[in-house]
Design a protein around this ligand. Structure first.
Ligand code: THG
Length: 309
């Protein structure tokens, strides 16, 4: 059974089948958040720190940190901004970091800034990226997220994606990276643009977990791009992929619908011993509402008795 062990300064997070689903908080990502992008570029990391604290309080186990600012010269700008963001996050929370960049010098700078055992997000099956990124991962003893696309792009065929995932796992092993440290991201395409995209993804998840014995993750919010009521789609998608055996996701822990879906799926799959986490999660709001209802019923009984008397 593959277990991927990720670490912060003092905390260990284990990703694996049969365990509670691991939530990688997606919020520290300036793409689509103009304000955040401008602040990060100007050296203001107050919102990054707030987002880190809020996501961990909401239940994130790991934080994804992305500094893709949409600048013309990312190779010069992104390494410093990403490293700074990671250091700021580590000052306010003690959870492992998922270093999210397509810029290789930024991944390097991120690996220098991150403490413990981080995740490098990500490598693809493109020769140039395999040869540049896998040595960095091996040298640092990190884990890595692998995307099964190559120079020819993204295939819509599950078996083709699986074969690229296999290629990356085998190459990683040649560099001394054990397969449990390679987390496969089967590629989440927007359901509104690619019909049946979740079905293909689920086929890849099954093949990867059964035939490669690797853990899996995905950018869950991608599934709902361009569609209304994204929260509901994201929540349903997460429950489905947990049912198919996915073991972690990059998602938004600040959305209660998403957290409820993940906790419910964990309980139903037997990944939550005695449904203890589920029961505890329902005590807060639901429990309080229940007791205030009981209080209201007692009040009305009392007032009826007084009226009768
Ligand atoms: N796989 C891997 N890494 C990834 C992705 C993936 N990293 C980036 C992305 N995809 C996952 N992270 C996000 C972060 C935010 C959103 C979606 C995915 C998002 N943001 C809002 C939007 O665009 O509507 C904008 C911000 C906001 O909420 O205000 O949806 O697939 N390995």
């Amino acid at each position: 059974m593959p277990e991927t062990i990720i670490k912060s300064h003092t905390k260990t997070v284990v990703i694996g089948p049969g365990r509670p689903f691991v939530i990688i908080g997606e919020r520290i990502n300036p793409s689509g958040r103009k304000k955040l992008a401008a602040e990060m570029l100007a050296g203001d990391f107050s919102r990054v720190r707030q987002d880190a604290i809020a996501q961990v309080a909401a239940g994130a186990h790991i934080l994804d940190v992305n500094a893709g600012l949409g600048v013309a010269n990312p190779e010069e700008v992104e390494p410093q901004v990403l490293a700074k963001a990671i250091r700021q996050v580590q000052e306010v929370v003690d959870v492992p970091i998922c270093i999210d960049s397509s810029v290789i010098p930024a991944l390097k700078a991120g690996l220098d800034a991150a403490v413990g055992k981080p995740i490098v997000n990500s490598v693809t099956a493109e020769e140039e990226r395999l040869e540049a990124i896998l040595p960095l991962v091996a040298e640092r003893g990190a884990a890595v997220i692998a995307l099964p696309n190559d120079e020819t792009g993204i295939s819509y065929d599950a078996r083709e994606r699986f074969l690229l995932a296999k290629k990356i796992v085998e190459r990683a092993e040649q560099y001394g990276i054990p397969r449990e440290d390679v987390i496969i991201d089967p590629l989440t395409m927007p359901a509104g643009a690619i019909p049946g995209s979740a079905k293909t993804l689920i086929q890849v998840v099954r093949m990867v977990s059964e035939e490669l014995g690797c853990n899996t993750t995905c950018g869950a919010s991608n599934i709902s791009f361009g569609l209304p009521n994204r929260k509901a789609l994201n929540a349903a998608f997460l429950a489905m992929v947990i049912g198919a055996g996915m073991t972690s996701a990059i998602t938004n822990p600040l959305e209660p619908e998403i957290m409820t879906a993940i906790r419910a799926a964990d309980a139903l799959m037997g990944h939550d011993e005695n449904c203890a986490a589920w029961i505890a999660s329902q005590k807060g709001d639901a429990g309080a509402a229940g007791s205030s209802e009981r209080r209201a019923r007692r009040r009305s009984r009392r007032s009826r008795r007084q009226n009768d008397a």
